[in-house]
Ligand binder design. Structure first.
Ligand SMILES: C[S@@+](CC[C@H](N)C(=O)[O-])C[C@H]1O[C@@H](n2cnc3c(N)ncnc32)[C@H](O)[C@@H]1O
Length: 300
C-alpha cells in the first residue's frame, strides 16, 4: 500500500504579513484554479479503507494510491505537478517562517556528522535553511535545495549552496566524502524519483562514502499527528484541497493553511528502494523520532 498525504502548515495572519510573502500564493487561495490541475494520480479500489478524523473539522477516508510511474530518465527528472504545487511552491512561500522554526538538530544526524573524518566534504541534498551546514567544523559542507528562498537564507548565512533538484544533483561523480538527505525523499511523488534521488546521492560520493537518509514514517509515535493528515483521494476534503491550490484561508483560526505533499514510508520501504543497487550497501537502519533512517555505504 502507498501512503500519500497532504499535511497542513498553518500561518497566522500576523505571520503572513510580517514576512510579506509572495502574493501569487495568496491570490491562488482567493481564486481557485490559478494552478494547473493535478495529473497522473489514480485511485485504486476502496479495499482496506481506514477512517481518519482530521482536527475535529472533517472526516476523510484514505485510499491506497497508485502513483504515476514512468521509467525514462527525462520523465523521472521532470517534476510532477503535485510536487510543484504542494512542495516547491509551499516551501518557497513559507521559507522565512519555516526557517525560523528549524534550528534544533536531530541527535542521530549530529552523531553521523560528528563521526565523519576530519576534512570530509559533506553534501546536504535538500538542505532547507542549512541547519546542518557547518555543523561539524572539521568538515566542509555544500548544500542544495529546490527552494530558492530557502537557498537564499543559507547563502545569507555564508553557506556554499545552490538551487537544485535532488533527482538531478549538479555535482560530479565521486564529488563528496559523505552525504545527507534529511526529510526530503518523502516529498518526491513517485517511486522512480525516490529511487533516482538515492542513486544521485550514491553517485555523488566517493567509494567508501557514507550516506544518511531519513524519511517520515507512517508509523508515527504521536498518533494525533496522523489525524491531521489529509489522505490523497478524490472525494471530500482532499479533492477540494487539490482543486483549490496551495492553501486556504481559515478565518475562524485567523490563519492561512498550506497543504504539503508527503509520501510517508512504511517499515522496510527504504531498504526495498535500495535493494537492487549494485554500488551501495545498507550499513545501518533505525527508527528515530517517527522517521525511518538508513546509512548507505558506496561500494564501487
Ligand atoms: C522537511 S524539509 C527538510 C530540510 C532539511 N533537510 C532539514 O533537515 O532541516 C524538506 C526540504 O526538502 C526540500 N525539497 C523538496 N523537494 C525537493 C527536491 N525535489 N529537490 C531538492 N530539495 C527538495 C524542501 O525545499 C525542503 O527544504
Amino acid at each position: 500500500m502507498v501512503f500519500c498525504f497532504l499535511r497542513s502548515y498553518r500561518f497566522t495572519e500576523a505571520t503572513w504579513e510580517a514576512f510579506s510573502l509572495p502574493n501569487f500564493v495568496f491570490r491562488g487561495v482567493c481564486h481557485p484554479g490559478i494552478f494547473k490541475p493535478m495529473r497522473g494520480i489514480k485511485v485504486k479500489g476502496s479495499s482496506s479503507v481506514r477512517t481518519l478524523v482530521s482536527d475535529g473539522e472533517s472526516h476523510v477516508q484514505p485510499m491506497p494510491l497508485v502513483e504515476e510511474e514512468t521509467g525514462s530518465s527525462s520523465s523521472v527528472q521532470s517534476t510532477p505537478e503535485i510536487e510543484k504545487n504542494y512542495v516547491h511552491r509551499v516551501y518557497d512561500a513559507i521559507a522565512p517562517h519555516f526557517s525560523s522554526t528549524r534550528f534544533a538538530k536531530w541527535p542521530k544526524v549530529a552523531t553521523f556528522l560528528n563521526s565523519l573524518p576530519s576534512g570530509s566534504l559533506v553534501l546536504d541534498a535538500g538542505c532547507g535553511n542549512g541547519k546542518y551546514l557547518g555543523f561539524n567544523p572539521d568538515c566542509t559542507f555544500v548544500g542544495c535545495d529546490i527552494s530558492g528562498p530557502l537557498i537564499k537564507i543559507c547563502a545569507d548565512r555564508g553557506h556554499e549552496v545552490l538551487v537544485a533538484d535532488a533527482v538531478n544533483l549538479p555535482y560530479r561523480t565521486g564529488f563528496g566524502d559523505a552525504a545527507i538527505s534529511i526529510a526530503v525523499l518523502h516529498h518526491l511523488s513517485t517511486e522512480n524519483r525516490r529511487k533516482r534521488a538515492i542513486d544521485e546521492l550514491v553517485r555523488a560520493v566517493k567509494k567508501g562514502g557514507l550516506i544518511l537518509i531519513t524519511v517520515w514514517a507512517v508509523e508515527q509515535e504521536d498518533r494525533s499527528l496522523v489525524t491531521k493528515w489529509t489522505p490523497l483521494n478524490q472525494n471530500g476534503a482532499s479533492a477540494c484541497a487539490l482543486e483549490n491550490g496551495l492553501a486556504k484561508k481559515d478565518d475562524k483560526k485567523g490563519a492561512v493553511v498550506y497543504n504539503r505533499y508527503y509520501h510517508v514510508f512504511s517499515e522496510g520501504e527504504l531498504e526495498r528502494l535500495v535493494s537492487g543497487m549494485n554500488n551501495a550497501v545498507v550499513v545501518d537502519r533505525f527508527f528515530d523520532k517517527s522517521n525511518w533512517c538508513i546509512i548507505l555505504q558506496k561500494t564501487l
